[in-house]
Design a protein around this ligand. Structure first.
Ligand code: MLT
Length: 308
């Protein structure tokens, strides 16, 4: 029997598949950290997680049993992959399941930020019918910059084009021809894009190259009034620079779904005008969660039953 540990809540459809799989049994233990996590990981052959748990080198230390960890989602940054590799533990992810949901959430934030929906709603429920303060802007005829034109970035581009936006894209792995086919003008550097865009959205992992992609130096080059959206990973935009840019008025708006430190209950950006934040909800749809759970479970079933 291969024993699978479920470390974060996943969709019931995935649990049902595990229950029906011959030679596999599972147990759900969520909210684990420290010694408790380490002890649990040592009792199982495989694990499934989302981003709630952080599997550190310490939590894997001395583990002789765990053979595979499947991440129900894209980013594996909450798993110490070097430590896992040293111990021969395979780390897998499900890169496609939440593409559309994350692209849609990016668009949700872009639209809601442009029309100051959250701020207007808060004022309204506070008893103020204010039609003057919340003057918005249209997306049509504005320029959107997209950094990272993988699955999610491309879906965002398609939606932006449908909204009559001009799209500039930066991605070293996408050719000018491929970009043109998608209706995107490819730029050679992010720097080149910054003075030209009214909206900027990022769809890359957090790497040394993408950390602080927009920071204090970039504030100087950004087009005044630019709106920045991040549904990828906290830290791609420097959070202090965002606060500063909003204060000086250089930045016209910021929408964040992700933060340097998560969970993030308090942040200087919360409550600032022209800001909209959500608690890492990009992939939080019924469809995406069902899909990533099914894909993650299938990966482990294959691994433990067919050795693939
Ligand atoms: C992902 O990497 O899949 C997304 O950020 C969503 C999540 O963390 O659950």
């Amino acid at each position: 029997m291969a024993r699978i540990l479920i470390l974060d809540p996943i969709a019931q459809e995935g649990l049902d598949m595990l229950a029906a799989a011959p030679g596999i049994e599972y147990e759900v233990r969520t909210g684990l950290k420290g010694e408790e996590l380490k002890k649990s990981l040592a009792e199982f052959d495989g694990a499934i997680c989302r981003s709630g748990v952080t599997i550190t080198a310490e939590s894997l230390e001395g583990n002789r049993r765990m053979r595979a960890i499947a991440r129900a989602g894209v980013g594996t940054d909450n798993i110490d992959k070097n430590a896992a590799t040293r111990l021969g533990i395979v780390v897998m992810n499900t890169p496609t399941g939440n593409t559309l949901s994350t692209a849609e959430h990016t668009f949700t934030l872009m639209l809601a930020l442009s029309r100051r929906v959250a701020e207007a709603y808060h004022k309204l429920i506070g008893g103020k019918w204010d039609r003057k303060t919340f003057m918005g802007t249209q997306l049509a005829d504005k320029t959107l910059g997209i950094v990272g034109l993988g699955r999610i970035g491309q879906e965002v581009a398609k939606r932006a084009i449908a909204f009559q936006m001009k799209v500039l894209g930066f991605d070293p792995f996408l050719s000018t021809e491929q970009a043109a086919k998608l209706g995107i003008e490819r730029v050679e550097t992010v720097q080149e894009m910054l003075p030209r865009v009214d909206y900027l959205t990022v769809h890359t992992p957090l790497t040394p190259e993408t950390t602080n992609l927009v920071g204090f130096p970039e504030l100087e080059v950004l087009k005044p009034g630019v709106r920045l959206i991040n549904c990828a990973r906290g830290g791609i935009y420097n959070e202090d620079a965002l606060v500063e840019g909003l204060k000086t008025g250089k930045i016209g708006g910021v929408a964040l779904d992700v933060f340097v430190t998560e969970p993030c209950d308090k942040h200087p950006i919360y409550g600032m005008p022209n800001v909209l934040c959500t608690p890492h909800l990009g992939a939080s749809t019924e469809e995406a969660q069902q899909q990533v759970a099914i894909e993650a479970v299938q990966l482990l079933i294959n691994f433990f039953t067919t050795g693939e």
